[in-house]
Each structure stands twice: as C-alpha cells, then as structure tokens.
Design a protein around this ligand. Structure first.
Ligand SMILES: CC(=O)N[C@@H]([C@@H](O)[C@H](O)[C@H](O)CO)[C@@H](O)CC(=O)C(=O)O
Length: 335
C-alpha cells in the first residue's frame, strides 16, 4: 500500500523492522497449483510469482493456507510447495509466510522446522480442528509447541473459526500471548466479527503486532479498525484493485476508498450467490492470469463452466477484466 510502510520486508523478522503500527501492505494469498492428474504442478510457481509481482503488485505471500489447500496436501507436498515458493520468490517477493498448521502437533513442528531451514520469513498456524482445543490455554499450549520448533521465525496465529470450528476469541488469545510465544508476530484474522478484531487492535496498541485481515469484502472496515495488512483469496486477481482502495484510504480519501470497496463487494456478492470458494478462486485465477491453476483436490469439486462464464462476464462488466465490447457502455464499470 502506498504511503504505508511495506508490511513485510525480507528477510529479517517483522518486529525488528517496524517503526510504527501503521505498516499496512497487503500480504496476498496463494492458490495451490494442481495439474489435471491431481499432482501439484510445481513448474508454474515461478510464473505465478512473476504474475503476482508484475501484474498485481503483490509481493508478500501466504503459502499452504486455505486457498492453497494446505490441509489437503501431504507433508512432503507442503514442504515441496514451500521450497518452490521460497526459491522462485527469492529477490522478487518481500515476505513468504508458510502456513504450517496441522492436526498432528508433530507434523506441524516438522513443517515449522522445515520452513525455518528453507529460509521462509514466518510461519502461521490454525487451530487444530478435529480434536479441538476447548479453551484458550489448550490452544496456546499447542501453538507454543509449534512456535518452539522454529523459534527464530515470526509466528502468526491464523484465526478462521468458520472453518476450524474453534471459536476461541482472538482477543482472548492475544492477551499475554508473547509471554508464552516470544516469537508471536501477529494475527491473520479471517472472520467477520469486527468487535473481536477491533479489540485485538485496541488492546495491543503498545505491541507492534501485525493485524492481517482475511475477509476481502470487509477490508475497508477492518482498515478503519486498525488492520495493518490483508491476506485473501481475491488478491490473487484483484490485488491491483484492492491496492487502489488501500491508497485512497491512506490519503484519507474515504469516499474513493468506499467506492473501491463497494466495487469489490459487487463482484464478491455476485460470485458468493453462485457459490464461491477455493475451487472457484482457482477457476477465476486461471481465467484472469492465464496460468493454469488446475482443479482442486478432492473432496472439493472443480468449478463449473457456467460459474466461470458468469464470473468472467461480471469481471468484465466491472472493468476488472478488459473487454473492448463492454468498455464505455456499462454503467456498472468501476475503473
Ligand atoms: C474462508 C476463505 O476462504 N477466506 C478467504 C477470503 O479471502 C475469502 O475468500 C474472501 O473474503 C471472499 O469471501 C481468506 O481469508 C482465506 C485465506 O486467507 C487463505 O487462503 O489462507
């Protein structure tokens, strides 16, 4: 985001670099790249890096998260994906954070150690979601053990209660967290509870935590609350558009920022009604970037042709995707 400090600068830990809480720059989310044989197509990751940097202005990535289907991959696949992003992103990306959450503490620790060995810039962990932690202390104990496996890496808690079913409030979790996890760096907050999010910010003003918001359609509200960055699926292909909103917000042009947010909402609202998730993100990303993202892995189902056609028409009508036929004649255009 222009006017803000870049959120994550490689390779030093974030905390050491930040001089102010206002360090927002979106850290964009990755989609997993899978071939039709349902094996990962590692060979396109280099192109993906270039696309994000050159076409979307995205220089921070979050690997093996929700959009990347990290939890649907084997441990060795997750390691290989992480390695590929670190290798191909070298001298191009600013920060590469690897999601290392798993149901098994040992696997999570293994992934954390691996992330440290390959030179990632940070690790993030979701709450284990089968045998769940039922209170803050149990969750902290789990996270602490993972963080301890890579103590030099900045650690992020990835709060995504709708998917994990772990409803422990982030605000509660953050209370005193650095005493337990010295490498704690911040929160990736993928939830719509802005009371919880706002309180995370409000109660930690003296700490230079990163507050990365993960609900793309509500990012502007989160910026008002103090979000310092964003991680989301739509930044894969709406990164540039979202940056315009961030820039408007930064120069305090709130009316323009709101127009951008509404415009992004129009697209998300449209696709949500069609049925929107990880599979559909891959289809849209393939369409917009021209990089084959492949189908998702089971149990997810490939997005339908009808979905992709509708999404394409909507992107064009909003001027998110160039289309000479529609230019100049569409009242909905957002550019
Ligand atoms: C549940 C979900 O997938 N949420 C997305 C959002 O970007 C979401 O797709 C977007 O806000 C549209 O609702 C991100 O928070 C996920 C994310 O950051 C990740 O892939 O790790």
């Amino acid at each position: 985001m222009l006017g803000h400090e870049p959120l994550w600068k490689a390779p030093a830990p974030l905390a050491g670099l930040l001089t102010t809480l206002k360090h927002a720059f979106p850290k964009w989310q990755l989609g997993l790249v899978v071939s039709h044989a349902l094996e990962i197509n590692f060979s396109v990751i280099g192109r993906y890096v270039d696309y994000l940097v050159e076409e979307q202005g995205v220089k921070n990535v979050f690997v093996n998260g929700t959009t990347g289907e990290g939890l649907s991959l084997s441990i060795s696949e997750r390691c290989r994906v992480a390695e590929e992003w670190v290798t191909k992103g070298r001298n191009k990306l600013d920060q590469i954070v690897i999601h290392v959450g798993a149901l098994s503490l040992k696997e999570s620790q293994e992934l954390a150690q691996h992330a440290a060995e390959i030179g990632a810039d940070g690790i993030a962990v979701i709450a284990p979601f089968f045998l769940k932690p039922w209170n803050k202390d149990a969750l902290i104990n789990f996270l602490k053990e993972v963080a301890a496996a890579a103590p030099a890496l900045p650690f992020y808690y990835y709060h995504i209660p709708a998917l994990t079913g772990v409803k422990i409030r982030a605000e509660e979790l953050l209370d005193g967290i650095q005493d337990k996890i010295p490498s704690f760096q911040g929160l990736k907050f993928s939830d719509t509870d802005l009371l919880d999010f706002g309180q995370c910010v409000d109660q930690n003003r003296q700490r230079q935590f990163a507050f990365l918001f993960g609900v793309d359609e509500q990012l502007l509200s989160a910026l008002v609350m103090g979000a310092t960055g964003a991680v989301g699926s739509t930044y894969n292909y709406l990164g540039k558009k979202t940056k315009q909103m961030l820039e408007a917000f930064e120069r305090k042009d709130f009316s323009s920022a709101l127009s951008h947010q509404f415009c992004i909402q129009r697209f998300i609202n449209f696709v949500v009604k069609l049925g929107f998730g990880v599979s559909q993100t891959k289809a849209i990303m393939t369409l917009v970037s021209g990089i084959p993202m492949g189908p998702p892995r089971l149990p997810l189902q490939k997005a339908s042709r009808e979905f992709t056609d509708n999404a394409e028409a909507k992107l064009k009508s909003l001027d998110f995707l160039s289309c000479t036929d529609l230019k100049g004649g569409d009242m909905e255009a957002c550019s």
